[in-house]
Design a protein around this ligand. Structure first.
Ligand code: ADP
Ligand code: MG
Length: 485
């Protein structure tokens, strides 16, 4: 393998979360829940005689993405017709951009597993309209839904700077987070609002130039993208090793069987006969407009991460708390209660993520859990103030909050979980424990200090887990020392 290097360029299509379509006042609806063809108008249906009007909000969303990806916004951009026939494209052409895209020459810094960062250059981002959606229903029949037809779509294209499926994954996650933080796309790949295509080739270590690339389409999750890239890299290397060539092709990914499907070989590049869209003006972008949009950008993942590190978080915790916007919102809602940033981060990345992983709940769904950020923060405050100990919080209160929500203080009260710190009571319990376990005491006195842990455990058990661990530990040590003397 080490003789071969992987080369990947990603093309990402992101729908812009506007209320209306790219070129008309037709509403944009949820592709999964809305009835098919319930959000169409003469424009979305490609009727002759209709005229497009540019959605200003969509252009601004596109500019926000361009700026967040460190792109230059050229002084003008221009729409162009991309001509081809397909049943999901009733006009026979898609309005896109070609020579003069909205944004050019940016980059995204991605974080790799080993803690290093890498810069992936963004070649361009251009505005276009989405097509309709075909469903192949079997029996040779297909259904078409034009709700999606004309939804604003931003296409974001990288340079071939990505050298492994892990880097592709890091880029995809980072880009998705940026789009979410900007509020222009909610990042739900299962609904098709964010779609990835991977251009893949391999290079031998002696090569001076890129080899032939293939393009994998319709990757509907990040996991599929990673698996598809790995399979395609393996396929290409195997072909070269057998002395065969890789032919330019459009590929699909069969998720169920974990296999690349060759959809069609490309004998020559596609010819779309692009030409400037005659029904739309050139879009002039004044510097003042760019600066207004720049000023409206919210805090983005990199800035947020740096701020969290400044609050005392480890770079690792800061990174995972800024990977999904809902997680960052949840975490910040906890901090609103005055909780220490580092303490809150430990509970979120430790206990909360463990519970979510066990229940197979996506991190994006964190704000719809019964366990609200406020209740979670209050629980941690109870520990911080010594009302309950951490073990009681974890084992007794958290499972209740997780399952049914509620008020942590009330749960502690109703179940009598408050921590026992009374030294007299703890002292009496310890005396009983020491009297009952001579072996452990003798073994401690003979130098086996771990024997104290067993005694500590027994005392905590007697105290129904509610003992203040610091008090129990200290009194135990004192009593054992006394026996020594
Ligand atoms: P065009 O669509 O104009 O032909 P390119 O072919 O240059 O543009 O690039 C399309 C996408 O393919 C870009 O994301 C680019 O980074 C990527 N790409 C270009 N060459 C290669 C290659 N040899 N291997 C993998 N990806 C490539
Ligand atoms: Mg396109």
């Amino acid at each position: 393998m080490s003789d071969w290097k992987t080369i990947i360029g990603l093309e990402v299509h992101a729908e812009m979360l506007t209320e209306t379509k790219m070129f008309s006042a037709c509403p944009v609806v949820d592709s999964v829940t809305a009835d098919p063809n319930s959000a169409t108008d003469p424009l979305s249906l490609g009727m002759p005689g209709t005229l497009p009007v540019i959605n200003r909000r969509a252009m601004e969303y596109g500019m926000m993405v361009g700026l967040a990806l460190n792109c230059t916004i050229p002084p003008f951009n221009q729409f162009a017709r991309k001509n081809y026939f397909y049943p999901d494209l009733p006009k026979g052409y898609q309005i896109s951009q070609y020579d003069h895209p909205l944004a050019v020459d940016g980059y995204v810094d991605i974080e790799l597993e080993d803690g290093t960062t890498k810069r992936i250059r963004v070649r361009r981002a251009h505005m276009e309209e989405d097509t309709g959606k075909l469903s192949h229903v079997g029996g040779g029949a297909s259904l078409v839904d034009y709700n999606r037809s004309g939804v604003p779509l931003l296409e974001i294209v990288t340079e071939p700077d990505i050298n492994s499926s892990a880097e592709a994954e890091a880029y995809a996650r980072k880009l998705r987070a940026i789009l979410q933080f900007l509020g222009v796309n909610h990042g739900d790949m299962s609904k098709g609002v964010l779609r990835f295509e991977a251009n893949v080739s391999v290079m031998h270590k002696d090569d001076a130039q890129f080899r032939t690339r293939t393009e994998i389409k319709n990757l509907n999750s990040i996991r599929s993208m990673v698996r598809a890239i790995d399979a395609e890299v393996e396929r290409q290397i195997a072909l070269y090793k057998r002395g065969e060539m890789v032919k330019p092709a459009t590929l699909g990914w069969d998720e169920d069987n974990g296999r690349i499907i060759i959809q069609r070989y490309k004998e020559r590049p596609d010819e779309y006969r692009y030409f400037p869209e005659p029904d739309l003006p050139i879009v002039e972008v004044s510097r003042a407009w760019v600066e207004r949009v720049r000023a409206s950008l919210p805090e983005l993942p990199d800035a947020k991460r740096a701020r969290y590190v400044g609050l005392g978080l480890t770079p690792y915790d800061a990174r995972i708390l800024t990977m999904d916007r809902p997680v960052a919102e949840y975490y910040e809602a906890m901090l609103q209660t005055g909780l220490d940033a580092k303490t809150a981060a430990n509970w979120v990345t430790g206990d909360l993520f463990r519970l979510m992983n066990e229940a197979k709940i996506d991190r994006e769904a964190v704000n719809s859990l019964p366990l609200t950020a406020q209740a979670f923060a209050q629980l941690i405050q109870l520990v911080e103030r010594g009302t309950i100990n951490a073990a009681t919080a974890r084992k007794e209160v958290l499972p209740i909050l997780w399952a049914e929500g509620g008020d942590p203080a009330q749960i502690v009260e109703a179940r009598g979980l408050a921590q026992v710190s009374d030294p007299d009571l703890i002292g009496r319990v310890l005396d009983e424990v020491l009297a009952a376990d001579d072996d452990a005491v003798r073994s401690y006195l003979s130098g086996k200090e771990q024997a104290a842990n067993a005694l500590f455990g027994q005392a905590m058990k007697q105290l129904k887990g509610k003992g203040d661990p610091a008090v129990v530990r200290q009194l135990l040590t004192e009593k054992l020392q006394a026996k020594r003397g």
